[in-house]
Design a protein around this ligand. Structure first.
Ligand code: ADP
Ligand code: MG
Length: 228
């Protein structure tokens, strides 16, 4: 089994005026290829901080994060940008779609940055939108889609570039229970049938249940790490 993520004694301290906030402290975490991991725990327990450290979206104060055996600290800014673009897919609570682009253009956007030729990326975007259940809605802008549909576009965008890893921060936080059910089924399918490694942060019991491993954080520390 290939090791995708390795966190060794990772800490992140934020300075807030005179106070230091220990957002995560000495976190050890190893994630293998094909896993579906949920980082759970109450609000403020460090889930987003850990996810951002793994995705090289934020720096860490001490410790070491490696991606596919490569230490993030050894990579230059542009190498990190390359890694995020080509190896990782991100899904956020607020969808983060580009409002002026259609669903299809949003999905194509990252492939465009990657230099995928127009015809090929158009076809992939169409296929991915069909995969997430949005066939026929390709030309709608985010404002013309429901929250659940927008999050599906974000999922299609995240998987279009065939990332080794999907990082999702509270992906269901803004969805009602029926859209949540659809989204977690989709995530389960991506993991089961497409073998995509997923690490998601969520305190939603439905997300924790679909994941295969639950890593619980409290006060920035891992308190339990168990199969679901
Ligand atoms: P979670 O995602 O589990 O809700 P976070 O990782 O966002 O938790 O936050 C962990 C802790 O770090 C909290 O106490 C939060 O207030 C603090 N924190 C997060 N981001 C910042 C920041 N940019 N500046 C200062 N403190 C922060
Ligand atoms: Mg968070």
């Amino acid at each position: 089994m290939t090791n995708i993520i390795e966190c060794k004694k990772v800490s992140r301290t934020y300075n807030q005026g005179v106070n230091e906030v220990h957002a995560i402290q000495h976190v050890d975490l190893q994630v293998n290829d094909g896993e579906f991991v949920c980082l759970s725990g109450p609000s403020g327990s460090g889930k987003s901080t850990l996810l951002n450290a793994i995705g090289a979206l934020d720096s860490i104060t001490s410790g070491e994060v490696s991606f596919c055996g490569q230490k993030l600290a050894d990579l230059s800014k542009s190498q990190l940008a390359d890694l995020r673009l080509n190896k990782m897919g991100f899904i956020f609570q607020s969808y983060n779609l580009i409002p002026v682009l259609s669903a299809k253009e949003n999905v194509e956007f990252i492939m465009q940055l990657q230099g995928v030729p127009a015809k090929k990326r158009g076809q992939i975007a169409k296929d991915m939108l069909a995969e997430v259940g949005l066939a026929g809605l390709e030309n709608r802008r985010p404002s013309e889609l429901s929250g659940g549909q927008q999050q599906r576009v974000a999922v299609a965008r995240a998987i279009a570039s065939e990332p080794a890893l999907i990082l999702a921060d509270e992906p269901t936080a803004n969805l009602d229970s029926s859209c949540t059910r659809d989204l977690i089924e989709l995530m389960g399918k991506l993991n089961e049938h497409h073998g995509i490694t997923i690490v998601t942060a969520s305190h939603d019991p439905m997300v924790i249940n679909i994941a295969k491993r639950n890593v619980r954080l409290q006060d920035g520390m891992v308190i339990t790490d168990e199969a679901v």
